[in-house]
Design a protein. Structure first.
Length: 337
């Protein structure tokens, strides 16, 4: 009887569970990353010690080096940036000339893109295509975002850095480190460079809030934020700070940094910015090496001169500290998913 009753009981239990009123779906233990923040750690140039960290949604814990832990191999040399979608994370590994594609929920490796990459910097997904900028080439490479196959190379007039997509266009900002002063506009239907939008100062930032594109330009005496709609500048707001950088769009606001200060302004660009607070004492290019604002919470990183692991400090807008973590070498970005 025991040999009969045991399997009958198991079948009954399985039926009961699968038809319960709460329709509970069994949890996949490999899906560890259902929400939270991915952190990009650049690593030391030529050392191959780039990494990715994960901060849970409650901002209470950090798990470092999740790519290596999950896949049993190193991420590569200089994790420059990431693109996070519902399905994949595309990790742009600059000096390795690769883009590591991982499953967003498990962080297991799916594919390594290497074709036609020459010091890749930033990327964006539009129309199921991945657009990638290059530090060395005056072009944007296009890949199929699902098969990861190389599609084509779009010629630009200059090298490009940050790249965003909104509406009918993809926007690539001319290289920050080369003092680029134009945003090159790409038509993603034809994958051609259609026009250039020129500015009177070097571009230090390019972001979108999903409706418009915002361009931060700066020099040693002044800074400005311009709103771009389609292929033209619709509004420009001068700032009181020089050499502003690290611009992000979050909610209805624009945030940026100048020196060690963090500033906020409406994305309508109709009012002056206000200073929120100064971060902890230190060299501005180190204590604000990584910067983002997610749902009104401010994420910063101190790269510690790349001689030690980065210090991540999370703030409220009033300057009070929410949490401090130790990240990897050269933490340079925070990505909500």
């Amino acid at each position: 009887m025991k040999k009969i009753l045991a399997p009958m009981f198991a079948v009954t239990l399985l039926y009961s569970c699968s038809n319960s009123d709460d329709n509970t779906v069994p949890v996949n233990p490999d899906e560890k990353y259902l929400d939270g923040i991915f952190v990009s750690n650049e690593g030391n140039f030529t050392k191959g010690n780039a990494s990715t960290s994960y901060i849970n949604s409650g901002l209470t814990t950090i798990t470092n080096d999740i790519f290596t832990t999950t896949n049993g191999r190193a991420l590569g040399d200089v994790s420059q940036s990431m693109v996070v979608t519902d399905k994949y994370v595309y990790i742009v590994v600059n000096n390795s000339n690769t883009i590591e594609v991982v499953n967003r929920k498990t962080f297991k490796s799916v594919y390594t893109i290497s074709e036609n990459l020459n010091s890749p910097r930033y990327a964006v997904v539009k129309n199921n295509k991945l657009y990638v900028t290059s530090l060395n080439d005056k072009s944007v490479n296009v890949y199929n975002a699902e098969t990861f196959a190389f599609v084509k190379e779009i010629e630009l007039n200059n090298t490009s850095e940050n790249i965003v997509a909104v509406g009918d266009y993809v926007y690539a900002a001319n290289g920050f480190y080369s003092g680029g002063m134009a945003v090159e506009v790409i038509n993603p239907t034809s994958d051609t460079n259609t026009t250039d939008i020129s500015f009177d100062k070097a571009i230090n930032g390019l972001v979108t809030n999903g409706q418009a594109v915002y361009v931060l330009t700066a020099n040693a005496t002044t800074s400005s934020v311009s709103m771009v709609n389609n292929t033209s500048i619709s509004l420009t707001k001068d700032l009181d700070q020089a050499n502003s950088r690290n611009m992000v769009a979050s909610g209805s606001n624009i945030y940026y940094t100048a020196g060690t200060g963090i500033y906020k302004m409406s994305n309508s660009l109709t009012a002056a910015s206000t200073k929120l607070f100064d971060v902890v004492n230190g060299q501005e290019y180190s204590v604000l090496y990584g910067f983002n604002v997610i749902n009104g919470t401010i994420f910063t990183s101190d790269a510690n001169g790349f001689t030690d692991n980065s210090k991540i400090v999370i703030y409220k807008e009033d300057g009070s500290i929410v949490k401090e973590f130790t990240g990897g070498i050269g933490t340079n970005g925070f990505y909500k998913f």
